[in-house]
Design a protein around this ligand. Sequence first.
Ligand SMILES: *[C@@H]1O[C@H](CO)[C@@H](O)[C@H](O)[C@H]1NC(C)=O
Ligand SMILES: *[C@@H]1O[C@H](CO)[C@@H](O)[C@H](O)[C@H]1NC(C)=O
Ligand SMILES: *[C@@H]1O[C@H](CO)[C@@H](O)[C@H](O)[C@H]1NC(C)=O
Length: 276
Amino acid sequence: MASNSAVIILLPFLLLLSPVAAHNITRILADFPDFSAFNQFLSQSSVAAEINRRQTITVLVVDNAAAAPLSSLDAETLKSVLSIHVILDYFDTYKIHNLRRRTTLFTTLYQTTGVAENNMGFLNFTHLPDDRLAFGSGVKGSPLTATYVKAVKAMPYNISVLQITGAVVPPGITDAPLAPFGAPITVAPEPLVPAPAPVDDSDADTPDADAPAADSPAPTADSPAPAADSPAPASGPAGDAPAPEEADEDDSSSAGRIAGSITAGLLTAVAGALML
Ligand SMILES: *[C@@H]1O[C@H](CO)[C@@H](O)[C@H](O)[C@H]1NC(C)=O
Ligand SMILES: *[C@@H]1O[C@H](CO)[C@@H](O)[C@H](O)[C@H]1NC(C)=O
Ligand SMILES: *[C@@H]1O[C@H](CO)[C@@H](O)[C@H](O)[C@H]1NC(C)=O
């Protein structure tokens, strides 16, 4: 009896606190036949359920042609690869075009699995000199292999869905040989006019090492990216685990995190009370 009344008293709180799925990635993508293959992969790998459980995320999707090679992956690798396409922060088209850093590492869902090694749980995001937004694996030395195509859906600040040209598959994620997943992005050899550094007020780029390197006729012509691309001083993801990226741009997500831990705390307390 005592515990019954506890439940009755607590029920409204439990209902209030239970995370109502505000979005359903399966349903969102169902409106876009171009992404039906990727949508199918998300469901079959159960990454879709994980996406729906989370808030403040960005899902990178690829069209059916670009998704086709994913079918060659075994189930476990597929799940890992898909998790790498879920960024644990909200980036809509405006935000992703206006990041202060030209290159940064995004933390992905795969990083939370605890099995990610060698920076595999991070995505390298690089705003190229020709203004394309490129993505690659966070594994050191891996090429950028995909670029931003368009925004598919934005539900601020819960979930953003962005299309990229191809899936990002980290080298070494599986021992099995991989189907080709997109050639490395080559950066236009002619850098743009030595633009008066548009938005870049950032601390990320070393102030003058940056400019000369970018504009010089690039002696190593075919290095995958403008070599000197700021070594991003000390932002090695190893350093401070969870969020190497844009700490000051995501008030929303830190608020979310705080709310999340408060919720978790309350639930623990409630669970404790019910045990009595
Ligand atoms: C999401 O939508 C799909 C398709 O409409 C549906 O089958 C599934 O049950 C939904 N998932 C949740 C958690 O509501
Ligand atoms: C992202 O990749 C490019 C090209 O490989 C590299 O120059 C850059 O340093 C990488 N960015 C980060 C933050 O690791
Ligand atoms: C985002 O999630 C919150 C909480 O679940 C919800 O109240 C809000 O309507 C959602 N926003 C959008 C644009 O769906």
